[in-house]
Design a binder for this molecule. Structure first.
Ligand SMILES: Nc1ncnc2c1ncn2[C@@H]1O[C@H](COP(=O)(O)OP(=O)(O)OP(=O)(O)O)[C@@H](O)[C@H]1O
Length: 244
């Protein structure tokens, strides 16, 4: 497919975000794994809509398909059927390289284990998505400084992940996810490896970020207090989502 067809892949999102607009839309999303002795249908015609500024928790038992769903929403895997649309862009219309660029610009990922690069400072880690995007290193690191300030980590910008606490690393991971001003934030157990009071700090930070942004949040968690804190709780079971 020609690069020129998808203007948003080159620069702007297809849709300008306004709170209340649908930012993420899945229709009939299906994923069947063909590996192993028999086919496994994990997602089976799942529908989901998340609006700009809205936070949705997805809960479900082990093996219900939460990771599968996040991978599809994040463009890390392709569905067997159905569609994912983010900020107006149908992911199926993007080739692999375009999808990579779209992911870098429009989607922020935060995982239970932060995946920060050990040899880089907090500031360099947070700046990375902008550097990948082609920004000058100096500008990217200046912006990283601002965003680290926003997550309460301004004073630790020159420290490497090994010199930070678990909660501090998670804040850096959140800063890194936020730096491109994504349309969709995908969080997989963002408080999973943190003690209660650090988790509460991260929760408060998420509140603040969500109220100041038009991003849609999808948070996969087993943590009932984190789930209850979101605008809606959806339960994944039998390949579909229902009100939790
Ligand atoms: N590549 C694969 N091939 C075959 N089956 C797979 C593959 N990946 C996942 N599955 C199966 O799909 C189902 C859903 O897996 P998934 O990892 O999405 O669940 P989950 O809800 O994230 O689980 P958990 O909470 O335990 O992490 C499981 O039954 C799993 O065994």
């Amino acid at each position: 497919m020609s690069e020129t067809i998808n203007e948003n892949v080159k620069g702007e999102p297809a849709m300008r975000a306004e709170n209340g607009q649908v930012m993420l839309e899945c229709r009939g999303l299906t994923r069947v794994y063909h590996e192993g002795p028999q086919d496994v249908t994990v997602l089976d015609g799942l529908d989901l809509e998340v609006r700009a500024g809205e936070r949705v928790a997805v809960v479900g038992s082990s093996g219900s398909g939460k990771t599968t769903l996040l991978n599809l929403l994040g463009g890390l895997d392709r569905p067997s059927g159905g569609s994912v649309r983010i900020a107006g862009q149908l992911l199926a219309d993007l080739g692999e390289a375009q999808l990579g660029r779209f992911r870098n610009r429009q989607i922020g990922f935060v995982y239970q284990f932060h995946h920060l690069l050990a040899e880089f400072t907090a500031r360099e880690n947070a700046a990375l998505p902008l550097i990948i995007r082609g920004h000058a290193r100096r500008d990217a690191e200046r912006r990283a400084g601002e965003i680290l300030d926003q997550v309460g980590m301004a004073a630790r910008g020159e420290h490497k992940p090994g010199e930070l606490s678990g909660g501090e690393r998670q804040r850096v991971a959140i800063a890194r996810a936020l730096i491109t001003d994504p349309s969709l934030m995908l969080m997989d157990e963002p408080t999973g490896n943190l003690d209660q009071s650090t988790a509460a700090n991260i929760l408060a930070l998420m509140d603040e970020l969500a109220s100041n942004s038009a991003c849609a949040f999808v948070v996969v968690t087993h943590d009932t207090s984190l789930a209850a804190h979101q605008d809606r709780v959806l339960r994944l079971g039998n390949g579909r989502l229902s009100a939790g």
